[in-house]
Design a protein around this ligand. Structure first.
Ligand SMILES: Nc1ncnc2c1ncn2[C@@H]1O[C@H](COP(=O)(O)OP(=O)(O)O)[C@@H](O)[C@H]1O
Ligand SMILES: [Mg+2]
Length: 147
């Protein structure tokens, strides 16, 4: 499924709508270059889950956790992590919490270790326009978002 965003607010809205589709224990990998809009999307997604406070990029901290109602959202950014040190961090503990949803920027780095995940692949069309390509692996869900 492909969705085109023409602005920051549209990317947020797409994230918000996608959040309605998610269930506990889901993992979402976000791909795409720096500045493609991954963090903007996560802000919308968190808003959609009911989290209204400040959302910061986890680039420096690796993981930020947000409590949105009964759901714990792990916002992970693997940008600064080199592939070799992946095994040394205990990321699984975060990923498989029974009440958690995990959204992972630069998720490509962890993809070989996962069985089930959604992918949102961001690419630039121009300064303001982005293409968001949604796909899934391991789940058999009817991937659709109401926009
Ligand atoms: N359609 C759009 N969707 C998302 N961000 C956009 C869009 N158009 C321009 N931008 C800009 O692109 C940048 C995206 O930043 P960010 O979400 O932090 O990217 P990433 O997390 O992928 O590195 C922001 O500066 C934002 O203002
Ligand atoms: Mg980011």
């Amino acid at each position: 499924m492909v969705v085109i965003s023409k602005s920051v607010s549209q990317t947020k809205e797409i994230g918000k709508q996608f959040s309605k589709f998610l269930e506990k224990q889901d993992i979402v990998l976000l791909k795409g270059q720096l500045g493609a809009g991954k963090t903007v999307f996560v802000k919308g997604l968190l808003e959609g889950l009911g989290y209204k406070k400040l959302v910061l990029s986890p680039s420096f901290t690796l993981v930020r956790r947000y409590k949105a109602g009964k759901i714990l959202v792990n916002h992970i950014d693997l940008y600064r992590l080199d592939r070799k040190s992946l095994s040394s961090i205990d990321i699984e503990e975060y990923l498989y919490g029974k009440d958690s949803i995990s959204i992972i920027e630069w998720g490509k780095k962890i993809e070989p270790y996962l069985e089930k995940y959604f992918i949102v692949d961001f690419s630039f069309i121009n300064m303001e326009k982005r293409k968001l390509l949604f796909s899934q692996k391991g789940y058999k869900r009817n991937l659709k978002i109401g926009l």
